[in-house]
Design a protein. Structure first.
Length: 75
């Protein structure tokens, strides 16, 4: 594996994204338990979008795409 130079700022940005996704996941669970499914769906979508941002940034930084990875359908 080649040594990659990832800046501390970039790593910190990814860590922040991970923390926020984790928080959103916690909120989704709470909203489901409370029966607020529309709010849970909204929070879940926010977490999904953030995950794609992190994934694409990691690919741009040199991460290999996992086995079986397929680009999303543009539609």
């Amino acid at each position: 594996m080649a040594d990659l130079e990832i800046s501390e700022d970039q790593l910190t940005k990814w860590a922040d994204h991970c923390l926020r996704m984790n928080h959103l996941g916690t909120l989704v669970q709470r909203e489901i338990a409370a029966g607020h499914l529309e709010r849970a769906a909204h929070l879940s979508e926010r977490a999904r979008r953030r995950a794609w941002i992190v994934l694409n940034e990691m690919f741009e930084a040199g991460a290999r795409k996992p086995a079986g990875y397929r680009e999303p359908d543009p539609q």
